[in-house]
Design a protein around this ligand. Structure first.
Ligand code: HEM
Length: 226
């Protein structure tokens, strides 16, 4: 316990114990148009670029399952469709925010009530978790996916236990032909790292995660943009 606390204090924003089942880490377009004509923004595209400069400094990259991504020291996030990375940058992933697929109206209402905004001052730690699901997932019908997602895996109800500590934003990438299907983004205070690790462990133990064929977990802390 004491040792864990010391490790955590020495390395803020790093998971106290990052579960990486069977996985060893690491080392190694067309723009979305928003129809704002009716005053409603349908989606925003975000580009996540790994290199040596950016708003977030990378504390640890863990290849949880499947092929890992290259090590970088910083993450740059741009709210637009960036086509090319600089020569020093190693990877670039894109995703767009969208309407919900699985959440019911009651779940959406509870989420709205409890979910904090991205960008809170105290939330100086973040996680970018890249997820690719298997063909067998995508071959299921929508109602079958919903059943696995919530009735069997309790994804949202587990997640709700961690609100409002954790802020989240889901980016869809599969329809852009990207390597990963989703870029998931989370922000939390350093004191909530153990909670976030527990959340991730619970989701990874679920039925839904048996359909995850590739996952990379990137932990970050707010850094200076150069
Ligand atoms: C902070 C607590 C969390 C809450 C409240 C939450 C809630 C949700 C909800 C409601 C959706 C479905 C959105 C829709 O209806 O389309 C969703 C999707 C998703 N979440 Fe979470 N989540 C949480 C944490 C996490 C974590 C920690 C991860 C990754 C380890 C994760 C990965 C995903 C993925 C990959 C999807 C897309 C699933 C799919 O469409 O197949 N979530 N989440």
């Amino acid at each position: 316990m004491l040792v864990g606390l010391l490790v955590y204090l020495a390395k803020p924003c790093i998971a106290s114990e990052l579960a990486a089942p069977g996985g060893v880490a690491v080392v190694e377009s067309s723009p979305i148009k928003n129809d704002n004509s009716k005053g409603t923004k349908m989606s925003s595209i975000f580009t996540f670029i790994g290199g040596s400069k950016g708003q977030w400094s990378v504390k640890k990259i863990t290849g949880v399952k499947g092929q890992p991504i290259a090590e970088v020291s910083a993450l740059r996030i741009v709210e637009s469709d960036v086509r090319e990375k600089n020569s020093e940058e190693k990877w670039l992933f894109k995703g767009f925010t969208s309407n919900t697929r699985y959440a019911t109206s009651d779940e959406v209402a509870s989420l709205k009530k409890l979910q904090p905004e991205i960008g809170r001052k105290e939330a100086t730690c973040a996680a970018m978790i890249l997820v690719k699901k298997s063909d067998s997932w995508w071959q299921l019908a929508q109602d079958q996916r919903r059943k696995i997602f919530e009735e069997q895996s309790h994804h949202n109800s587990i997640g709700m236990d961690y609100l409002p500590a954790v802020a989240r934003r889901l980016h869809h990438s599969r329809d852009l032909g990207e390597e990963f299907d989703f870029i998931t983004w989370f922000e939390f205070a350093p004191s909530d790292i153990p909670k976030f690790d527990e959340l991730v462990d619970r989701l990874r133990a679920s039925e839904e995660w048996t359909y995850v064929e590739r996952e990379v977990d990137v932990r970050l802390e707010q850094g200076q943009e150069e």
